[in-house]
Design a protein around this ligand. Structure first.
Ligand code: CO
Length: 501
């Protein structure tokens, strides 16, 4: 049993050790995981897919920002108490071109510049689709997502790249598709069938948000586009049965240093603390309600939302991880030596939007540094009690994510907690409901944990009801996985038993 008060003599992490979690993993592996502590639950069956940057340099040129790294997919397949691991790079057009050329050919959106100074970067607007942010399995397609371009489709059994997927003509070349789709578990417009809701955004002096909804076979159900004033940096959104909710963070964009080759596009985004955050609320059923509402709330920056719910006919509550300002890697600094203490932590906030009087209140609900929130997928868009989130070991200050926190939204208290400090650094937790589960928290939490003491990663399985008891099982990989971004779970199992026995 581990409690919230466990302390270390000094800080609970070693910054240099933490930085090693950003080493590239150029190799591709596949094997049955045989070093296991504890026992994999017999009834845990399906596949955990993860995405994130696998290469943190291109032919020896280090990236300025990890978000610029080529997408690498990991798949951990579970059945009959066993687990199989496989990783593959998404063989994007740009990845293959750079492998063949033996040199860096593209600038990165977040600040990575080609060698040769500004002269070699000026007026180069070619976008490198790195497919590195999320991976979902929907409509019998495995799709690697990156918000500024089209999805890449992969074979779910082998992880071999099939190519760009235009979703049966829903997307056109050059379109984007966000990396943060939601699954409405019980869509009232579709007789209670689940549907996948996602968006794309085109930015300029104004921003056009297009919303897409797909049925379980991957067929388009609904699509509508809306233009709102101002530049937008919108990474995620939230849904309820009736609405899509977007936070338009208060930022400005000055493209000149990017155009002239001095800076990456992401470095030209500037946080504007004196301006409000705009809450954009778009009805999902565009045939009966076309009115888009834009509310204002306190400033702050949000990458990820936890969930949203309609608490009355005119009120929507949105829970999010918010920062006091946009966390950015400063030009000419090394992200691997990040000074956590000098930057603002992500914290849990609750926003209440009133559609009738146009107000939007905000309230801090937990101060511990956290990021990558998740809930039971059956509660998406609805009232819910528990959220799970990557969290810092200590309850105050900013630090790497080393723990999983279970937060009770009804009592607004930290209900349970498990820390992998001082050597463990966690990724986004994934909630897998148990097949025979009888309560909202009756599921497994799966998380990739980088173990700095061994320079290897492990897959930790925790019990959602009893997080405090620590992992039920820890599956040690033969190598590390660089810190990733997002992933998902599917009940489908794709490995044939003769494979790699
Ligand atoms: Co994200």
């Amino acid at each position: 049993m581990q409690n919230l008060e466990q302390k270390f003599d000094s800080q609970p992490y070693d910054r240099e050790q933490w930085g090693k979690g950003y080493q590239s993993l150029p190799q591709e592996y596949e094997y049955w995981i045989d070093e296991i502590e504890g026992e994999i639950p017999q009834n845990l069956e399906g596949t955990l897919f993860r995405n994130g940057p696998g290469l943190l340099e291109v032919h020896g040129i280090p990236l300025q920002h990890p978000f610029d790294g080529d997408g690498m997919i990991s798949a951990v397949s579970f059945k009959d108490g066993r687990a199989h691991f496989r990783n593959r790079f998404v063989k994007t057009k740009a990845y293959l071109a750079e492998q063949e050329a033996g040199k860096m050919l593209y600038r990165g959106v977040f600040g990575t510049q080609k060698p040769g100074g500004w002269l070699n970067n000026a007026f180069d607007f070619e976008l490198k689709n790195i497919a590195n942010t999320n991976i979902i399995y929907w409509g019998d397609r495995l799709l690697a997502l990156w918000e500024a371009a089209e999805p890449y489709r992969l074979d779910p059994q082998t992880l071999e790249t099939i190519g760009i997927d235009y979703l049966d003509g829903v997307l056109e070349p050059g379109d984007s598709f966000s990396a943060h789709p939601w699954i409405d578990p019980n869509c009232k417009m579709d007789g209670g069938e689940p549907c996948l809701v996602n968006f794309s955004i085109k930015v300029g002096l104004s921003s056009t948000i297009t919303i897409y909804e797909f049925n379980p076979q991957g067929k388009l159900l609904r699509r509508h586009a809306h233009t709102v004033p101002g530049f937008s940096f919108i990474h995620d959104f939230a849904i309820t049965p009736n609405y899509c909710i977007f936070f338009q963070n208060p930022v400005s964009f000055n493209p000149i240093p990017f155009v002239l080759g001095f800076r990456g596009a992401g470095e030209c985004v500037k946080y504007q603390p004196d301006r409000p955050t705009k809450v954009i609320i778009i009805p999902r059923n565009n045939t009966v309600d076309k009115e888009v509402k834009i509310l204002e709330t306190n400033s702050g920056f949000v990458f990820h939302h936890v969930n949203a719910r309609e608490i009355s006919e005119n009120e929507i509550c949105i829970d999010s991880v918010a920062y006091e300002y946009l966390p950015q890697v400063k030009p000419d600094t090394d992200y691997k030596k990040s000074d956590f203490e000098a930057s603002a932590p992500g914290q849990l906030w609750q926003f209440t939007a009133n559609l009738k009087n146009g107000s939007a209140r905000s309230q801090l609900i937990n101060a511990r540094a956290c990021e990558f929130p998740v809930i039971n997928p059956n509660q998406v868009g609805r009232d819910y009690r528990y959220l799970f989130v990557g969290a810092a070991h200590n309850s105050t200050g900013n630090a790497p994510l080393q723990a999983i926190l279970k937060f009770d939204r009804h009592s607004l208290t930290e209900e349970q907690f498990w820390s992998f400090a001082p050597y463990g650094y966690v990724s986004e937790p994934i909630f897998v409901p148990k097949p025979d589960g009888n309560s909202e928290d009756d599921g497994w939490i799966l998380a990739l944990v980088y173990d700095g003491s061994r320079h290897c990663s492990k897959v930790a399985i925790l019990d959602g009801k009893n997080l405090n008891n620590g992992p039920i099982a820890q599956l040690y990989l033969k190598h590390h996985i660089p810190y990733g971004l997002h992933g998902s779970w599917t009940d489908k199992y794709f490995i044939s038993l003769e494979e790699g026995q």
